[in-house]
Write a protein that binds this ligand. Structure first.
Ligand SMILES: NC(=O)CC[C@H](N)C(=O)O
Length: 454
């Protein structure tokens, strides 16, 4: 007779993460709230169910954090701003309710750029989160706390939001996977909007199996029990025979850092070695996407976030964008109409590229994580002020075009040792296919034993 195998309890899994948060997050500053009691209570309830004879829930033992713009019952959805009303959410956002029902345990709330406007996490009222590879650098934004927490092993998963790149960008800069799902696939209820026509709620994880299981749950399905762990990479052979990959010419141009381009071309070579055909693709209006994005999303934000502005307590970046949006709508409707036209053209161009190709490949970002300004105030921005606004120049294309996109770690840049992400963009509904491809493509970006200190 063999003894039953000892099974690690959910409580043990949660305690291990809480200990890690305790030791690492003082300097990283990725979380703005840690709900130890709530997490342990949930973990014990899940263990008690199993002790009473129930089958473990599909995600039991999985730990996650939510971006500070997502409702969790009993917590204030503050969006890293002083402009909130101070009232705790009564209900979980549907995406949180789904994860909870599947047995995933929420540990806390992650830092972000105020109201998700930014690309560095430095506009947060809590001050900037550090990049886990190098504390002198930004983790990216706006879901920077989410990506930094996952990269540092403080949680298995994070749930972020992506209006113009805010899931994929910090994922790329912290060496993990991040998906902006197909529009509407993950419910946006209980999530503070930015521009509802671009907003996506998406998962960030270090492991493609975890990302896939979370995505299934977040979209309302039931993952198979037992998470597929380990992204061992390709096992050789022609696994991708017949796959047509379009390398987007406009996004793979020489404006990217050489270290980013080196990793991009290695990813293309890897896909070829697996049997895919990698050929040039074109999205001619991609270089015009960022300007259109800023106009359109600022105008939308001015409509949906008016009460936050009216509080008089929002920071300068939020005030600037909401005022810009209001003045565009009131005084420059022609500029908005032009931006909407760029968006229409992008939709058509991306749709055409995705007819000729199964998936599009590009860098996620033109650069690796930027340095913070030295000795700046707590809300210091990145050292090169010209860099921040351009960070999202490639990611915004998928939001405007209405398609899913995944950032995959592609190894570190030879120039600075920081992670580089490559982006896979697919047609609506190809989300799981992108994640499966990401699992084959992901290259490790090992964390240093000690991050570079500030
Ligand atoms: N929430 C987002 O996706 C933000 C994207 C981009 N960084 C911006 O500042 O608008």
């Amino acid at each position: 007779m063999s003894l039953p195998r000892p099974r690690a309890s959910v409580e043990d899994a949660v305690l291990a993460r809480l200990r890690r948060i305790d030791s690492a997050d003082g300097s990283l500053r990725s979380l703005v709230l840690v709900d130890e009691l709530g997490a342990l209570r949930h973990a014990r309830a899940l263990d008690a169910e199993v002790a009473a004879g129930s089958v473990p829930r599909p995600l039991a033992g999985l730990t996650y954090v939510v971006k500070d713009n997502i409702d969790v019952a009993g917590q204030v959805t503050a969006c890293a701003s002083h402009g909130h009303d101070g009232v705790a959410a009564v209900h979980d956002a549907p995406v949180v309710a789904r994860l909870r029902a599947a047995g995933a345990v929420v540990l806390g709330r992650a830092n972000m750029d105020e109201l998700a406007m930014g690309a560095s996490t430095a506009t947060s009222v809590h001050g900037a989160t550090r990049n886990p590879y190098d504390h002198r650098r930004s983790p990216g934004g706006s879901s920077g706390g989410c990506a930094a927490a996952v990269a540092s092993g403080l949680a298995d998963l994070a749930v972020g939001t992506d209006t113009g790149g805010s899931v994929r960008e910090p994922a790329a800069q912290c060496g993990v996977l991040g998906l902006a799902p197909s529009p509407g696939f993950v419910p946006a209820g209980g999530v503070v909007p930015f521009d509802p026509s671009c907003d996506r709620v998406g998962p960030i994880a270090a492991d493609a199996g975890v990302l896939a299981a979370a995505l299934t749950t977040m979209t309302g399905g039931t993952p198979r029990p037992g998470l597929g762990r380990g992204t061992d990479g390709p096992r050789g052979g022609a696994e991708l025979a017949g796959l047509r990959v379009g390398l987007v010419t406009e996004l793979a141009d020489a404006t990217n850092q050489p270290g980013v381009l080196a990793r991009l071309h290695e990813s293309a070579d890897l896909l070829r070695a697996l049997g895919a055909e990698v050929v040039p693709a074109t999205v001619p209006d991609a270089p015009r996407a960022l300007a259109a994005y800023l106009d359109l999303t600022s105008a939308a934000a001015a409509r949906v976030l008016a009460p936050w502005l009216a509080s008089g307590r929002c920071g300068p970046e939020v005030v600037r964008r909401l005022r810009l949006g209001r003045s565009l709508a009131e005084q420059r409707p022609a500029a908005l109409a032009e931006a909407a036209e760029v968006r229409q053209r992008l939709r058509a161009q991306v749709a055409a590229a995705l007819t000729d190709h199964d998936v599009l490949l590009s860098p996620t970002l033109p650069t690796t994580a930027p340095l913070f300004a030295p000795a700046g105030p707590p809300n210091a921005s990145v050292a090169d002020p010209m860099l921040a606004p351009y960070t999202d120049c490639w990611t915004v294309v998928a939001n405007l075009a209405g398609v899913p996109a995944l950032s995959v770690p592609a190894g570190t840049s030879p120039a600075d040792g920081m992670p580089v992400g490559v982006m896979l963009t697919g047609a609506v509904g190809s989300d799981h296919r992108l994640v499966a491809l990401g699992a084959l493509l992901a290259r490790p970006c090992p964390l240093p034993d000690q991050p570079v200190a500030d």
